[in-house]
Each structure stands twice: as structure tokens, then as C-alpha cells.
Design a protein around this ligand. Structure first.
Ligand code: BGC
Length: 416
């Protein structure tokens, strides 16, 4: 009897422990900045997918497009010794955390599922560190897009602008129609997103030398002055209330016909879709004039942090779920992005999604695919933030184009 009691107690203890372990193993805590309507709808696809596999989700949203605020919160969490299971992250930030030794290892699952063969090299350079998989890429976004209200474009003659001059003519027409020509959100990362496209519109080589190579002569060139002059021109088409406006509220202005166009990455499409709008009928997606055929990309990846052993199984299941081709299609259709895998069929995607996938493949093949400066795929955060600062001050009229060029050279030199 005594023996039996002890056994029962031991069993209860064992059961308690294993239940605790099972609970931890079935949960993922996820830090992200997907808080707009379209983003939340996409996130829900991931949450539901994991829930269907018995994994519960602890949500850690940190609002703020581009993820600057999320990265600050993350730093505090890790410093406190309390890293989340998985964190939405961009390019060089992933490598920075890997360098600090904070990330886990996905090699086994990546090998079993053959990720090497289906995830393009442009993404792998950020999903791997020292030859080991540390992050699971969810998507590929790109920043050199225009989102135009179709009715406004029709009133302006219906032709998609193919050059800088045609773009300006379209904006003048929008002004004459009595709407705000450009729906802008005056936040540094949004100004920088526009700058990605403007710099690329002055040539692939120019973009590469300026933002990828950080070549001082290019950063300080007359052409860079021209890029800032173009920013000044575009600034003259925004409304008085643009300062600090969230990007999704700027998208809403185009959706509602209060503004003509938004320059934004293809997460904007998620807002149009969420509002029940159709490409070609309600809105038009096109590449920034002068950048056709080239793509400035960024990829959201879930960086997997080092967590206690009991939490690793759920972490690996999450990574596996993200790379599943069916999930890749379902998620990216809602998010506005292209899949992170090259073998996902485009059938379920709308016209803009199909274009995003085709543009990406072509740009990659033709050597015209470049990491987005604004979204952490060209440089580490220190350099990116130094560029943000100059771009924003210039866009807000605090610096002339001449001074912005000089400041850009010294800010980048100081941050390198
Ligand atoms: C991310 C997108 C996100 C956007 C706005 C970008 O940096 O890659 O997934 O939708 O920021 O929040």
C-alpha cells in the first residue's frame, strides 16, 4: 500500500511535470509589428494555422511600421533575460542578433524540409548565420510601388506614368481634381521608403553604389542632389496633416478617393484587399516610374530566439508551418507580399500579387534585385538610422538638397 501511494505520488509529480512541459511546448510567444487591418488579417492566417496544430499563441504586438519600436521593445526583453519564442525581423537586424549569439538553430528542420533548394539566396543571406539556419522567412515585400486610385487615374487620362515627367503631370492633374495628390505619412521610415524608390529611379548602379556599397563619392554626388530635389518636388504634393500619419491611414485616403496615390511597399495592398477593393477596378499597382524591372526588396522573417528546451518543439513546428507551401500561398495572398519560396504556385494571387512574383523572379535573374535601404536589407541599423535622419530632415525642409548631400556623406561615414 505504502509503495502504491508513493508510486501514485511519483506519478502525479511526473504527470504534473509533463503537463507543464506539454503546455510550454504547445505555446509560442511572438513579437511583431503587424497591427494594421491588413497585417492583422494576415497574422490571423498564421495564428489559426498554428492553433489547428495544437499550438497556442501569445501575442506581443508593438505598433510602428518598419519595426523600429518593435526592435526597441525586443532589446529590453532580451536584456531582461526574457526573449520571445519568435520575432518578426528584417535583414541585417537578424544578423546582428545572430552575432550576439541570441538565436536558436533550425538546421535540422531546414535540412529535413529542403529549405536550401526553395528559398532564394537573396533571403538565405539573412536566414542563415555562419552556415546555420536562424530564421524562417515568411514573405518577400518590395518598396518601389505606386498604389493609385483608379477613378482618379481615369480622370487623369488613364495612362500609368512611365517617367518622372509623366508622374508629375499625373500629380498636377490630381491637384486639379481637388484631391490630395500624394497620400503620405510623415514618419522617418515612410520618408525613407519613398527615398528607396526615388534613388532607384535614378539608376540601378546609383542605388547599388549609394546604399549597398555606401560609396562616398556616390552619396555625395550631383545625382544624389537630384534625388533630394525630387523629394522636395514630391513634398509639394502632400497635405498639411501628413506629419506623423500612420501608413495605413495614408492607404485609406487612396482607398476612399481622398488622395490619388501612395508610394509604399506592397503591404499597402493588404489594406486595399481588407477594404474589399480589387486591383484593376478600384486601384492600380505599378512600379515607381523609372524603376520598372528592378526591385528593392525586404523579407519578413521570424528570427527564432534561444529558448528553454521545453519550448523548442513548438518553435520548430512554427518554423515548419511558416515554410509550408500551402501556408505560404494563403498568408501572402492576404499580406500583399510574394511567397518566400520559389515553388509556390501563383494561382491564388490577384494581378498585383502575380506581378510581384514575376517581377521578383525577373529582377533576381537579371541582377536587378536590391535590398531595401528603408527596410533593413541594405545596411545594419546604425547606418539605416543615420540615413533616415538626413532624409527626414530634408523632406521636412530643414535641410537644402546641397546640405542633405553633405550630411548624408558624413552621417554614413560616422555610422559605418
Ligand atoms: C514589413 C511589413 C509591414 C510594414 C509596415 C515592413 O517593414 O516588412 O511586413 O507590413 O513594415 O508595418
Amino acid at each position: 500500500m505504502r509503495k502504491f501511494l508513493m508510486t501514485t505520488a511519483a506519478m502525479a509529480l511526473a504527470l504534473g511535470v509533463s503537463q507543464g512541459a506539454a503546455r510550454a511546448a504547445e505555446n509560442v510567444e511572438v513579437l511583431h509589428w503587424w497591427t494594421s487591418g491588413g497585417e492583422a488579417a494576415a497574422l490571423d492566417v498564421l495564428k489559426k494555422d498554428l492553433e489547428s496544430k495544437g499550438i497556442t499563441w501569445t501575442d506581443m504586438p508593438v505598433a510602428g511600421g518598419g519595426g523600429t519600436e518593435a526592435m526597441t521593445v525586443l532589446r529590453a526583453r532580451v536584456t531582461a533575460g526574457n526573449a520571445p519564442t519568435a520575432v518578426q525581423m528584417l535583414g541585417f537586424d537578424i544578423l546582428d542578433w545572430a552575432k550576439e549569439g541570441a538565436l536558436g538553430n533550425l538546421d535540422e528542420i531546414a535540412a529535413k524540409e529542403g529549405w536550401d533548394k526553395v528559398i532564394p539566396g537573396a533571403l538565405q543571406q539573412f536566414s542563415k548565420y555562419d552556415g546555420h539556419w536562424i530564421a524562417a522567412p515568411v514573405n518577400v515585400h518590395s518598396t518601389n510601388w505606386l498604389w493609385i486610385n483608379k477613378a482618379a487615374l481615369d480622370k487623369a487620362g488613364g495612362k500609368e506614368p512611365q517617367s518622372w515627367d509623366e508622374l508629375i503631370a499625373m500629380l498636377d492633374n490630381f491637384k486639379a481634381q481637388g484631391i490630395t495628390p500624394i497620400a503620405a505619412g510623415g514618419q522617418p521610415w515612410q520618408d525613407a521608403t519613398l527615398f528607396d524608390a526615388v534613388v532607384l529611379s535614378l539608376g540601378d548602379d546609383f542605388y547599388k553604389k549609394a546604399f549597398i556599397d555606401l560609396d562616398s563619392a556616390t552619396l555625395g554626388s550631383d545625382k544624389m542632389k537630384e534625388a533630394f530635389d525630387r523629394m522636395t518636388k514630391l513634398r509639394s504634393y502632400v497635405d498639411d496633416n501628413f506629419s506623423g500619419r500612420d501608413w495605413n491611414l495614408a492607404s485609406a485616403m487612396v482607398i476612399e478617393g481622398k488622395a490619388g496615390v501612395q508610394f509604399m511597399g506592397d503591404w499597402a495592398k493588404g489594406e486595399f484587399i481588407k477594404a474589399g477593393k480589387t486591383p484593376g477596378t478600384d486601384f492600380v499597382c505599378m512600379r515607381f516610374p523609372g524603376t520598372q524591372g528592378a526591385v528593392t526588396f525586404n523579407s519578413d522573417q521570424f528570427a527564432m530566439f534561444k529558448v528553454s528546451a521545453d519550448k523548442v518543439p513548438a518553435q520548430l513546428q512554427m518554423a515548419s508551418a511558416i515554410e509550408n507551401p500551402t501556408f505560404q500561398s494563403a498568408f501572402n495572398v492576404v499580406k500583399g507580399s510574394a511567397p518566400a519560396r520559389t515553388d509556390v504556385p501563383n494561382d491564388a494571387f490577384d494581378a498585383c500579387g502575380k506581378k510581384a512574383m514575376a517581377d521578383l523572379a525577373d529582377a533576381d535573374k537579371n541582377g536587378r534585385l536590391f535590398g531595401s535601404m528603408a527596410h533593413g536589407h541594405a545596411n545594419p541599423a546604425a547606418v539605416k538610422n543615420a540615413i533616415y535622419d538626413v532624409v527626414t530632415r530634408q523632406f521636412n525642409g530643414e535641410l537644402s538638397s546641397e546640405d542633405a548631400v553633405k550630411e548624408l556623406v558624413s552621417a554614413v561615414e560616422g555610422a559605418k
